[in-house]
Design a protein around this ligand. Structure first.
Ligand SMILES: [Zn+2]
Ligand SMILES: [Zn+2]
Length: 367
């Protein structure tokens, strides 16, 4: 049996589609048949080569990290997910889109998303061939946590759980989001919409979302935003701060989430915090950008933390939250565009947001 794999051979060049034999499974491994794979900001960064400190493998890089699918084959010894729920071929499965080694300091400390062990280069043509989710199959190694999907959940809410939703939930949880908090979200894309709903679910008193696109701000309201600020209308950091001061009865924000990927938003975000508040850096994953920071506001207890991906234990929690929220939040609207896997290049062109605006909130590829 063979399957297709989308390979990035050169930055900013069209992807190539290659075919590989489906490998035999090692004990503890699972072969997933991909049903949907999302295109997220980090995939676009990777395609452009923004993370140039990570050279592409000589044979090319197997693209795609988030998505969902059904079990094609269980490796020797696999009968249950990581919480002991029985799983069978044909079942839908949620997997952690990180590959923790489970044998490093961070992993044994519970921070598998910060694993410092060796990571696969996801090189095309290297066993087990199916390293990415832009493919017919995805190889889940024995260390990669997996969870059965609750039967109530429709497929269309699953593709972003193990990336956008996981990432913002991790950030909010590390920032200690709680009852009564004022939360400011910079950016109403796939991350921002998920963050809005999750912050409200964690008890935030008010969530205020900033973006420049009115359709996205409208969606943010449907996801639970109490207020939105169009940055075309409030077009200076000072005017935005004044507006947020008004909306928070003079207090400013307990938590600010940076989900855009603009270094200057760190400075603006720290300024939007109340004393003791927490700025969460998530979007700025491209290396080499610099901002000048006045450290004095930090002496008033302001904290700057970074967050990346998520601890796998959050996955079952998020799926339970989604079950509870079915019909309450329009999760079906996060996926704005669906492309066949063969049209991966068209999908990337349309989803591209560098130096332009795109109506695409999130595109998915379907094999
Ligand atoms: Zn590790
Ligand atoms: Zn992602």
């Amino acid at each position: 049996m063979k399957g297709r794999v989308v390979v990035l051979k050169e930055y900013l060049k069209p992807f190539e589609i290659e075919e590989y034999d489906v490998p035999d499974l090692e004990p503890g491994a699972i072969l997933l048949r991909i049903t949907q794979a999302g295109i997220c900001g980090s995939d676009l960064h990777r395609w452009r080569g923004d993370q140039m400190n990570v050279p592409l493998p000589p044979t090319g890089f197997c693209a795609g990290h988030e998505g969902t699918g059904v079990i094609e084959k269980l490796g020797p010894g696999v009968t249950a997910d990581w919480l002991g729920q029985p799983i069978n071929e044909g079942d839908r499965l949620m997997y952690a889109a990180i590959k923790p080694c489970m044998r490093c300091y961070q992993c044994i400390n519970g921070n598998q998303n910060w694993c410092s062990g060796p990571q696969s280069p996801r090189a095309a043509g290297e066993w087990p061939y199916f390293h990415g989710t832009y493919a017919d199959y995805y190889y889940i190694g024995p260390n990669q946590p997996v969870f059965a999907v609750p039967p109530e959940l429709p497929d269309h809410v699953l593709s972003f759980v193990n990336c956008a939703m996981g990432t913002v939930t991790e950030g909010l949880s590390r920032a200690g989001c709680k009852e009564g908090d004022y939360v400011v979200i910079q950016g109403a894309g796939g991350l921002g919409l998920n963050a809005t709903a999750m912050a409200k679910d964690m008890g935030a008193h008010k969530v205020i979302v900033l973006d420049r696109l009115e359709n996205r701000l409208q969606l943010a309201q449907e996801f639970g935003a109490d207020h939105t600020i169009n940055i075309e209308e409030f077009d200076t950091p000072e005017s935005r701060k004044e507006r947020i001061r008004e909306l928070t009865d003079g207090r400013l924000a307990d938590i600010v989430m940076e989900l855009v990927g603009q270094a200057e938003l760190l400075i603006e975000g720290i300024d939007l915090l109340t004393y003791g508040g927490t700025f969460v850096e998530i979007g700025d994953i491209v290396r080499g950008r610099k901002v000048a920071l006045d450290p004095s506001p930090i002496t008033r207890g302001k904290k700057v933390i970074g967050s990346s991906m998520y601890r796998p234990s959050l996955l079952p929690v998020m799926m339970e939250m989604l079950v509870k929220n079915l019909g309450r939040r329009p999760y079906e609207k996060i996926i704005s565009n669906v492309f066949p896997l063969a049209d991966v290049n068209e999908a990337f062109e349309q989803a591209e947001w560098a130096n332009r605006e795109t109506p695409v909130t999130r595109a998915v590829l379907v094999p």
